[in-house]
Structure formats: structure tokens, C-alpha cells
Design a protein around this ligand. Structure first.
Ligand SMILES: *Cc1c(COP(=O)(O)O)cnc(C)c1O
Length: 949
């Protein structure tokens, strides 16, 4: 046999990784649409007046090898150091079993937020474990399933306390020993709401009558461990609430917030196995007394039952959320930190309470030894009693010692001009302690002799925690590996099937993009490390910002917001500051179309604005006349409008420039929600069509995975006139922070950066074109069976389409829920349900899906339509049918079968794989039951040993 030599390059193949349909398939799809080319489709769908004139130019697409080489070069420009800076961020070891099986496992990281409980039982259980762990450690009844970071959690606690406290005072007291970034974020949040922030010493400066609540840090940022029982009692006497920001590792040894009668506790679970990552992502937590649970922000996992009465998990109390309550929502938090909360919960399971306690003790012992050594060297260590953090007054020696420490590979914390702070952690080794001593001028050997504790006796913890069997698993790795695998198998994520979620772009998270995330050069970096140690990150952030500016048509970008909703909040604050600077601070009206995402009105409310809702026209577009009338009526006070482009109705409206002009004419600024940017990259630019500011969801358009509900990144791009008003950060010598860390969650930025390198400008543009092709192909093929609610005048959609289910409801009683649950039988995650129009499904396939997967979905939907017809025409019972009984489980098949359809039809509808069939682990979950009988911690059932069998 001989080989024929061709010029075929195997690496060209890799450049197609993001584009689902093969070229020949695209040709077939275009034929279905009756169009000669992809360009013809784009010409028809995207109005000429908004098209981008210059193509994106980021050089050639890079092969995987080159992408990794570039990422390596960048990574190596970050210096590997031991950081004992503390201030809310600590070294930790991610147990390898968790790193590989959760963090690096697409079954976990490609999952969507668990809105469809039947296909999310695995991550729901993991998050319930997280809630249980937090509830136990804090000694409070209810915990949520994560918030974005400790500082924003503290700000959320402030507004929650204002809702919950009986005191009508307008002040909020902040412990001067809170982390500086927490104080910064609280101030930012308080100002537009008219809350007066009073920073001081809880034991001397607190005037309870003047405040509705107070927050204390436990242990304090400089190491103090106080008992806050007395100040909390004083607060309660004045009908005000007490909040503790508490380190969960310290709580393994110290009296819990609940035992001090705190009402709310917040904190970061970063040191539970989640690397620092130059600031994030990690999961913050919030816990509260039962009485306040309905006022709590963020997602709350609860226990309910399924149609068979079996235990099933679900998201509970969703009526608190912005999707329903809009500007009256408890907060705008949507994407949070699910994946990181799962990691922290697994860390808790991996070590159990005894292991966690041992880690806490070891951290404390190291700190005691470190302190004793420094005292031997003649330094005065403060405070006398501490957990893991001490400070030393060094006077004029500060610079010399800090530099000597850096020379020895260790970062210490600079406090003022004469003090140094040191925090020990899980990965502080004897050599680390010796290096610190050396920096202070002492050559000593670390000896493992016993030292007395230096924790305050009155604060030692005596109550138990994490007593649930889940935290007492056999410590063999086999056990936890299988547990993680079992949970993953219960869920349907992108690694198994398309997740056609309108608005929440669920596209490929390519493996090559994920690889650098766990490199230590990116993960083991403290957010407050000196600038000369983070040149890699600085380059990555600057270059990614420049590329995102080029893509969006904006002039400047802030990487601080940790999610889309935080981007909205940051963007509106930026607009607000701009108006203020121009002496137009009275502007406080925000025009928002009725179809807007719930986070839009919720964010507007957070900056103290009044929301005026604009109608949609019959064809789904913004009603321009209504918009104009409301802009005119509010011209005096118009602050901004918030629009989404292409619209949440899945159409490129050609009136968008007009809407922007009307807003500008009346003195307002234009916020364009960038969640739909996947329909625009390379083709149109929000900064060009009239936007002044937009957020991007890097976890939608730019390939950061959703992680089952977070992490995310929501950077904002702005026009030059807004640049001076972007959020600052205390660590950068500024103020106005919206996140704990200056650049949000930098350790996931390599994902978006690698995506852009891999695609090049043309590749990114091609992804947009194919996203539009895939959506139009689905819309066309399904248009005979379902009405596509909104199209442009030529009958085309943008990157998503809304299918009307209401005719089926009328004719056959089949609801969106029935269709969504039946899709589970077919092996699909449901599209977005009943948003932006009730009774509809919004389908967004993205460019990543091959034609075969689109066809599988189309087959499933057509079969569902036929089943609805069977009901409508009386061929099958209206209550007992495959749609109402969906999803079907293995439980349904065992025993007698007394249904008017076959087992075959139940389990193998069109679309379902035979061998690789996805089996829902529970039948349809009863939502009302779950809210009536709210259980938000692990139920004390034998179900765990059952599941382990
Ligand atoms: C996803 C989304 C948001 C919110 O983004 P998060 O990252 O979840 O906070 C806002 N607007 C629209 C249109 C979205 O689709």
C-alpha cells in the first residue's frame, strides 16, 4: 500500500471545532431556507443600516497547539509566590479528585442553571449539601446556594436587613475591621439607596438607634476574634439586625454566628478547595434565621416530591426572584457561583467535619508558631488572640521587610505605612514560615513542638456541625468518586445534548479553552499581589479588553462585574455618575421595554431609579411611538433606557437607531443589554448603533461554561465619555467597587481569550452567521407545526426563535411545561419557558450544534405536536397521555402498565437515543408542594445509603 501525499492539513479540522454544521450540511440547510448562501441569509436578517463596516481583524485562527503555547507564555509571566496577604483570600489545596471530577469535568461545568429540576437532581443535591454545610457552620437555619463574592454578599445582606428590620433608621453600621473591599462595595451599594454608612468600632462607636443593621467581621481583617453577642443584643433592643461576615474555616473552631444571635451571616467559601485565581471565581455564602428566608437574595434549593411522591430537589421560592418580581425583586442576582459552591461542598464531604477541624487547627498552630517566632525576634504581634491572621508594627522597616519577604518567595500584606499583616493557610509550609522569619531578620528553624492555642477561650466552638451522613462518607476515594459520578449522571448537560436556551446562549465550551484554567500560574495568584508579579494577567486583561472593545465598538471596558446582572448594575452606576458630574443628578427615570430580562428592572431599582415600562408593538418590536411618548413625558428626568439587541423577541429591529436617538435627544443614556451578542459579533456593534454602555456575558457569547448556574463574567464596555465613571476599587487607590476583586473573576478569562485566539476575526464572524443559520433552520422546519411568534418583515429570525405553545394549550390542554418535560424523554433540555412571552418556548441552538442534533430536536418537537393533536382529536385521554405523564422514569416501566399508550412510546419518542437513552431520575417535580413545605437542608433520610447501593 502506498500513501498519497495531499496538502490536507489536519489542523484545519480543529478550526471547525466551534461550528456545528459541516459545509455540506450548511448547504442543505440553506436549501431548506431557499437561499443561495450564508451571506444572503445575513443580508436578509440583519438590517443594512446597522451592519459593521470593517471586518474584525485578530489575525489568523490559531491551532490548538498554538493557542496553548500562547496561553503558556502568558501564564509564565505571572510569578509563582506564596501569598500570606489574607484579606479574604487564602491558599488552599483543591483535592485532585475534586479538580478532575468536578472542575475539569464537562458533566459538571457545562450544565445550565437548574430551572428544570428533573434533569438537574445531581447538581441540586450538591448545592443542597452546600446549603446544609453553611447552615451548620453558621448555626443559622437557612442558607442559599451561593452569591457572587463576600463583598457583594455583604452588600446584599445590608439591603436584605433593610427589608427585614423593624427599625426604620437609615444608617448601616460597618465594622472598621471588615475587609477594605467589603467596605468599598457596601458604600457603592448604599449611596444610591440613601443609606448612610457608618464605619467604626462595634464596641465603642455603635449607636443602635441610628441604624437598621450592622455588619461585623469575624475574625476581623487584622485578625481579631471578638464575641459579638453584646453588640447584637444592643441592635436587637433597637429593632435592628446583626450581620456577621464570617470565615467558614474559622467557624470550625469558633462559636457560630447563630450562637451570637446574628440574624444573617455572609462569607466566602474560597478556602474550601477553590483556588484564589487572582480574585475569583469562588462561592460566597449567605445564611439567615428562618424568619428572613423570604427576603433572602439568590437561589435557594429546596426539597419537594415528584409525581410518585418520591423525594426530589428543586429551586424554591422563585417568586422572590427578578424574573417574576422585576423591579420589586429581592435582588438582581441571577448567575451566581454554582460550580464553585459544588466544589466547596465536595471539599466539605471529602474532609468531613473532623477533617475540616483538623485543617483549621493546623492553620491556627502554624500561625501561633509564626507569631511566637516573631515575638522571639523582638516584634510585638497583634492581636493577642487570633485564628489565622496577625499584624506586626514595624515602623520604618515596612518596605525592607516586605521586599525581603518577596525575595524569599512570600507576599505579606502592607497595612498603612508601618504595619504588616500575615495570614496562614492550608498551604503554609515550614519553609514558608521560615522565609517570613528571615524577612523579619531571624534565621530560625520551624519545629513541630506543641504550642498553646491563642484562640479566645470564650469563643471556642462547642456545638456540633455537619452531622448529616453525607459528611461522614467512607473516606476511601472510591466512594467520593462514585458519588460525584452518580450525581453527574443524573443531570443533562451540554456534554450529552443540545441545550437550546433562548437568551442564555449555551454553546460549546471547547476543551482547549478550559485547559489553562487549572494551571497554577493562573489559579494560585492572590488578587492583591503586587503588580510586578501579575504581568501575565495584566497582559491578558488588557488584550482581551481591547479585543472586546473592537468587537463591541466601545472605547473602554471594565472587567469588574462578576455576572451579567452585575454588569447592568455597574453600567447604570456609571451612567448615574456621569449625570451627576454634569449636574444632572436628578435624572432617575429608566425606560425599559416590557419584554426585558428581569435583571434589567431589578438593576435599575438598585441604583435608585424609577422604571417606566415601554410597550411592545404587535410584531414584537419596541413600540416606538410609546417609547417616544414616554421619553418626552419624562424628558426632565430621563436617565437611561435599557434595551436588548437583537431584541428578546429574537429579531433584529430596524428601529434600534431611532430608539437610541430618541433617548439621547431627551438627555438619557442608552444601555444595551449584551446577552444576545452571539447574534452580532463581527456583524454589528452595540457601540455603533447608539449604545453608550453594554455588558457582555462572557459565560454566554464567549464560551465560559455556565457551571450549573455560575461562574460568569459580565464586563461592561462604554463610550469614551463614560470611561471616567467606570467602577474603581480600593485596592487600585479608587472607590466605587462593585465586586470584591478589581477584575472580577480573572481565572476564567483565559477561556474567552483562548476562544478569540482560536477563532480569529473571521471565525468569530462565521460563528455568528451560523448561529443565525441554525436558528432560522429550526424556525423554518418547525413553522408548519408551531407558530414562530416574531420574525422580521422577510420572515426571518435572528439567533433564536419563539415558538407559540398557546394554541396547543387551547386545543389540547397541553402546556409549555408538558412540552418541556416531554422533551426530557426525548433527551433534551427544554428551551427557555414562558419568557419573554408566557406560554411560549424560546429556542436558541447556537452555532455549535451540528445539523444532526438540530434534526433530532426538530423530530422531537414534531412528534410532540402530533401527540398534542392526538389529544385534541380525542384519540387519547386528555389527562393520561405521554405529555402529561412526562418525564417517564424507569419506575414507570416496572410493574403493571395501565396507560393508553405503549412503554415504547413513553420512553423512546422520536429524538431519544436507544442505547444512550437519558433517564430522568425523578418524575415531574411538584413545585407548589416544595414551596408550601420548605426544606432547604439535607433531609434526614436513609435515601443516601439507598442511593449508595
Ligand atoms: C442572562 C441574561 C442576563 C443576566 O445575566 P447573568 O449573568 O445571569 O446575571 C441579562 N439579560 C439577558 C437578556 C440575559 O439573557
Amino acid at each position: 500500500m502506498t500513501f498519497s501525499l495531499t496538502d490536507y492539513n489536519p489542523y484545519d479540522f480543529a478550526n471547525r471545532r466551534h461550528i456545528g454544521p459541516a459545509p455540506a450540511e450548511m448547504a442543505q440547510m440553506l436549501e431548506t431556507l431557499g437561499l443561495p448562501s450564508l451571506d444572503a441569509l445575513i443580508d436578509r436578517t440583519v438590517p443594512q443600516g446597522i451592519r459593521q463596516s470593517e471586518p474584525l481583524d485578530f489575525g489568523d485562527p490559531q491551532s490548538e497547539r498554538n493557542v496553548l503555547r500562547t496561553m503558556r507564555e502568558i501564564a509564565e509571566r505571572n510569578k509563582g509566590m506564596k501569598s500570606l496577604i489574607g484579606q479574604g483570600y487564602y491558599g488552599t489545596l483543591t483535592p485532585p479528585v475534586i479538580q478532575r471530577n468536578i472542575l475539569e469535568n464537562p458533566a459538571w461545568y457545562t450544565a445550565y442553571t437548574p430551572y428544570q429540576p428533573e434533569i438537574s437532581q445531581g447538581r441540586l443535591e450538591a448545592l443542597l449539601n452546600f446549603q446544609t454545610m453553611i447552615s451548620d457552620l453558621t448555626g443559622l437555619e437557612v442558607a442559599n446556594a451561593s452569591l457572587l463574592d463576600e463583598a457583594t454578599a455583604a452588600a446584599e445582606a445590608m439591603t436584605m436587613a433593610q427589608r427585614g428590620a423593624k427599625s426604620k433608621a437609615t444608617g448601616f453600621f460597618v465594622d472598621q475591621r471588615c475587609h477594605p473591599q467589603t467596605i468599598d462595595v457596601i458604600r457603592t451599594r448604599a449611596e444610591p439607596l440613601g443609606i448612610e454608612v457608618i464605619v467604626g468600632d462595634p464596641f465603642t462607636d455603635l449607636a443602635p438607634e441610628a441604624v437598621f443593621a450592622a455588619i461585623f467581621q469575624y475574625p476581623g481583617t487584622y485578625g481579631h476574634v471578638h464575641d459579638f453577642t453584646a453588640p447584637i443584643e444592643k441592635l436587637h433592643a433597637a429593632k435592628a439586625l446583626g450581620i456577621l461576615a464570617a470565615d467558614p474555616l474559622a467557624l470550625c473552631l469558633l462559636k457560630s454566628p447563630g450562637e451570637m444571635d446574628a440574624d444573617i451571616a455572609v462569607g466566602s467559601t474560597q478556602r474550601f478547595g477553590v483556588p484564589m485565581g487572582y480574585g475569583g471565581p469562588h462561592a460566597a455564602y449567605m445564611a439567615c434565621k428562618d424568619a428572613f428566608k423570604r427576603a433572602m437574595p439568590g437561589r435557594l434549593i429546596g426539597v419537594s416530591v415528584d409525581a410518585r411522591g418520591n423525594k426530589a430537589y428543586r429551586l424554591s421560592l422563585q417568586t422572590r426572584e427578578q424574573h417574576i418580581r422585576r423591579e420589586k425583586a429581592t435582588s438582581n442576582v441571577c448567575t451566581a457561583q454554582a460550580l464553585l459552591a459544588v466544589m466547596a461542598s465536595m471539599y466539605g464531604i471529602y474532609y468531613g467535619p473532623d477533617g475540616l477541624k483538623a485543617i483549621a487547627q493546623s492553620v491556627h498552630r502554624k500561625t501561633v508558631r509564626l507569631a511566637t517566632g516573631l515575638e522571639k525576634l523582638g516584634f510585638e504581634v497583634k492581636p493577642e488572640r487570633f485564628f489565622d491572621t496577625i499584624t506586626v508594627e514595624v515602623g520604618a522597616l515596612q518596605g525592607v521587610i516586605l521586599n525581603a519577604a518577596v525575595a524569599g518567595g512570600v507576599n505579606l500584606r502592607k497595612i498603612g505605612t508601618t504595619r504588616i499583616g500575615i495570614s496562614c493557610d492550608e498551604v503554609t509550609y515550614p519553609e514558608t514560615v521560615e522565609a517570613v522569619w528571615r524577612a523579619f531578620g531571624g534565621e530560625m528553624t520551624y519545629r513541630d513542638s506543641d504550642r498553646p492555642y491563642r484562640l479566645p477561650d470564650e469563643n471556642l466552638r462547642e456545638t456540633k456541625y455537619m452531622t448529616h451522613p453525607i459528611f461522614h462518607m467512607n473516606r476511601a476515594e472510591a466512594e467520593i468518586t462514585r458519588y460525584m459520578r452518580r450525581l453527574a449522571d443524573r443531570d443533562l448537560a451540554l456534554d450529552r445534548a443540545m441545550i437550546p436556551l433562548g437568551s442564555c446562549t449555551m454553546k460549546l465550551n471547547a476543551t482547549v479553552e478550559m485547559i489553562p484554567v487549572t494551571w497554577p500560574e493562573f489559579s494560585d495568584v492572590h488578587p492583591f499581589a503586587p503588580a510586578d508579579q501579575v504581568e501575565g494577567y495584566t497582559h491578558l486583561i488588557q488584550d482581551l479588553s481591547a479585543k472586546l472593545c473592537a468587537i463591541t465598538g466601545y472605547d473602554a471596558l471594565s472587567m469588574q462585574p462578576n455576572s451579567g446582572a452585575q454588569g447592568e448594575y455597574a453600567g447604570l452606576l456609571t451612567i448615574r455618575a456621569y449625570h451627576k458630574a454634569r449636574k444632572e443628578g436628578h435624572r432617575n427615570v429608566c425606560l425599559i421595554p416590557m419584554s426585558a430580562h428581569g435583571t434589567n428592572p431589578a438593576s435599575a431599582q438598585m441604583v435608585g431609579w424609577k422604571v417606566v415600562v415601554v410597550k411592545s408593538a404587535e410584531n414584537g418590536d419596541i413600540d416606538v411611538e410609546d417609547f417616544r411618548a414616554k421619553a418626552e413625558a419624562n424628558a426632565e428626568n430621563l436617565a437611561a433606557c435599557m434595551i436588548t439587541y437583537p431584541s428578546t423577541h429574537g429579531v433584529f429591529e430596524d428601529t434600534v437607531r431611532e430608539v437610541c436617538e430618541i433617548t439621547h435627544q431627551h438627555g438619557g443614556q442608552v444601555y444595551i443589554d449584551g446577552a444576545n451578542m452571539n447574534a452580532m459579533v463581527g456583524i454589528a456593534q452595540p457601540g455603533d448603533i447608539g449604545g453608550d454602555v453594554s455588558h457582555l456575558n462572557l459565560h454566554k457569547t464567549f464560551c465560559i461554561p455556565h457551571g450549573g448556574g455560575g461562574p460568569g463574567m459580565g464586563p461592561i464596555g462604554v463610550k469614551a465619555h463614560l470611561e471616567p465613571y467606570l467602577p474603581g476599587h480600593c485596592h487600585m487607590g479608587g472607590s466605587g467597587a462593585v465586586s470584591a476583586a478589581p477584575f472580577g473573576s480573572p481565572s476564567i478569562l483565559p477561556i474567552s481569550y483562548a476562544y478569540i485566539l482560536a477563532m480569529g476575526g473571521e471565525g468569530l464572524t462565521q460563528a455568528t452567521r451560523v448561529a443565525i443559520l441554525n436558528a432560522n433552520y429550526i424556525a423554518k422546519r418547525l413553522s408548519g407545526a408551531f407558530k414562530v411568534l416574531y420574525t422580521n418583515p422577510t420572515g426571518d429570525v435572528a439567533h433564536e426563535c419563539i415558538l407559540d405553545i398557546r394554541p396547543l394549550t387551547e386545543a389540547a390542554g397541553v402546556t409549555v411545561d408538558d412540552v418541556a418535560k416531554r422533551l426530557i424523554d426525548c433527551g433534551f433540555h427544554a428551551p427557555t419557558m414562558s419568557w419573554p412571552v408566557p406560554g411560549t418556548l424560546m429556542v436558541e441552538p447556537t452555532e455549535s450544534e451540528p445539523k444532526a442534533e438540530l434534526d433530532r430536536f426538530i423530530d422531537a418537537m414534531l412528534a410532540i405536536r402530533a401527540e398534542a393533536d392526538d389529544i385534541a382529536e380525542g384519540r387519547i385521554d386528555a389527562e393520561n397521555n405521554p405529555l402529561k405523564n412526562a418525564p417517564h422514569t424507569v419506575e414507570d416501566l416496572v410493574g403493571d402498565w395501565e396507560r393508553p399508550y405503549t412503554r415504547e412510546q413513553a420512553c423512546y419518542p422520536p429524538g431519544a437515543f436507544r442505547v444512550d437513552k437519558y433517564w430522568a431520575p425523578v418524575n415531574r417535580v411538584d413545585n407548589a408542594y416544595g414551596d408550601r413545605h420548605l426544606v432547604c437542608t439535607c433531609p434526614p433520610l436513609e435515601s443516601y445509603s439507598e442511593a449508595a447501593e
